[in-house]
Design a protein around this ligand. Structure first.
Ligand SMILES: Cc1cc2nc3c(=O)[nH]c(=O)nc-3n(C[C@H](O)[C@H](O)[C@H](O)COP(=O)(O)OP(=O)(O)OC[C@H]3O[C@@H](n4cnc5c(N)ncnc54)[C@H](O)[C@@H]3O)c2cc1C
Length: 299
């Protein structure tokens, strides 16, 4: 394999994608990967940064915005991914070591007793020049890693981030969007950054009216809040039903974007793909968490 790219970030990314593909598709043969040329002796993992908490602010009773500062964050604005893997300390591993780059082009993780635990979060806002990233954490009940970390994070707390990750959202003239609180940071970012002439409808499911946020919606996409009013998160079918009730745009380019609990995502994915016959290039219905399962999608 030979990889070429215009800059170091691009080359590191292509090497990572190629080495990952070899590892996945040639799992049985398990070939040794040896790189020569640029970055061959690099041990710094290009997609990793240690960042430090500089500000913690509650947007609503259950949504906490945490500002993270770090060096050289330009790559988090590249490649179209809106999300990051956050690497957290835990009770069992209070002082984790960070991954480094192996000679094969893949991350080398520390042994289990020093390994951080990963969860996926959205880059709510990014200012490369100032070196800051904002992440909005839903504070949810039960044992957790990400939510628990956010509860006790304070200025000076260090954490690791990797990315960016995720499929880019396709540009379209019309969108139908649906999200619960975990997808809300992504919806808010899209509404703030998509072109002003963009049309469509977005539904956001929240626990109750107290969880509504001010979003500087710069588009023509209509935003509707749906409240669970006492129904536990992940049990209400209101969001999936609302998204299914929207008639798909028949003129111009259209995209369906959905992010919520796994069961709701399945309903919407099946509706878009099987009932409406839409493809991957027109829809993205993602499970952001699963009731009763820890760390979905973080692996
Ligand atoms: C691409 C992507 C982007 C995401 N962006 C964000 C984001 O910006 N902000 C954000 O808050 N979350 C976001 N999430 C969701 C987040 O990764 C999950 O909610 C994750 O499970 C949180 O980790 P945790 O350690 O708090 O809980 P875990 O340890 O993973 O889970 C512990 C328990 O809590 C339950 N649980 C997990 N999430 C919820 C929830 N939302 N409500 C109720 N119970 C829950 C689990 O079912 C499990 O029983 C995103 C997920 C993906 C895939």
């Amino acid at each position: 394999m030979r990889a070429n790219a215009a800059d170091r970030d691009g080359l590191a990314r292509i090497k990572d994608l190629l080495a990952t593909a070899v590892q996945v598709y040639a799992r049985d043969e398990n070939p040794e990967i040896v790189w020569t040329g640029d970055l061959a002796n690099e041990t710094r993992l290009a997609q990793f940064r240690e960042v430090v908490v500089t500000d913690v602010r509650d947007l609503t009773p259950h949504m906490r915005r945490i500002r993270l500062a770090g060096q050289d964050l330009g790559r988090f604005a590249k490649f179209g991914g809106m999300h990051i893997r956050m690497l957290f300390p835990t009770r069992e591993v209070p002082d984790p070591l960070w991954p480094v780059l192996g000679g094969n082009g893949l991350p080398v993780w520390p042994a289990d007793d020093r390994r951080p635990v990963a969860r996926v979060y959205t880059i709510r806002a990014l200012d490369v020049a100032r070196g800051v990233i904002d992440v909005d954490f839903l504070i949810h009940p039960g044992e957790s890693v990400g939510s628990a970390w956010a509860m006790q994070a304070a200025p000076g707390t260090k954490v690791g981030i990797m990315g960016s990750v995720g499929r880019p959202v396709r540009q379209a003239e019309w969108y139908v969007m649906g999200a619960d609180e975990t997808g809300l940071p992504a919806v808010a970012r899209l509404l703030e950054t998509l072109p002003a002439e963009t049309k469509g409808v977005a539904f956001v499911e929240i626990a109750n009216d107290g969880e509504k946020q001010v979003i500087n919606n710069a588009t023509g996409i209509e935003l509707h809040w749906l409240t669970r009013n006492g129904v536990p998160a992940g049990e209400d079918k209101l969001l999936a039903e609302a998204v299914r009730s929207v008639a798909w745009s028949q003129s111009g380019s259209a995209f369906g974007w959905f992010a919520a609990e796994a069961a709701a995502a399945k309903i919407v994915r099946e509706y878009w793909r099987d009932t409406l016959g839409l493809g991957r290039d027109q829809t993205l219905a993602a499970a952001y968490w699963r009731r009763g399962a820890a760390g979905l999608m973080a692996g």
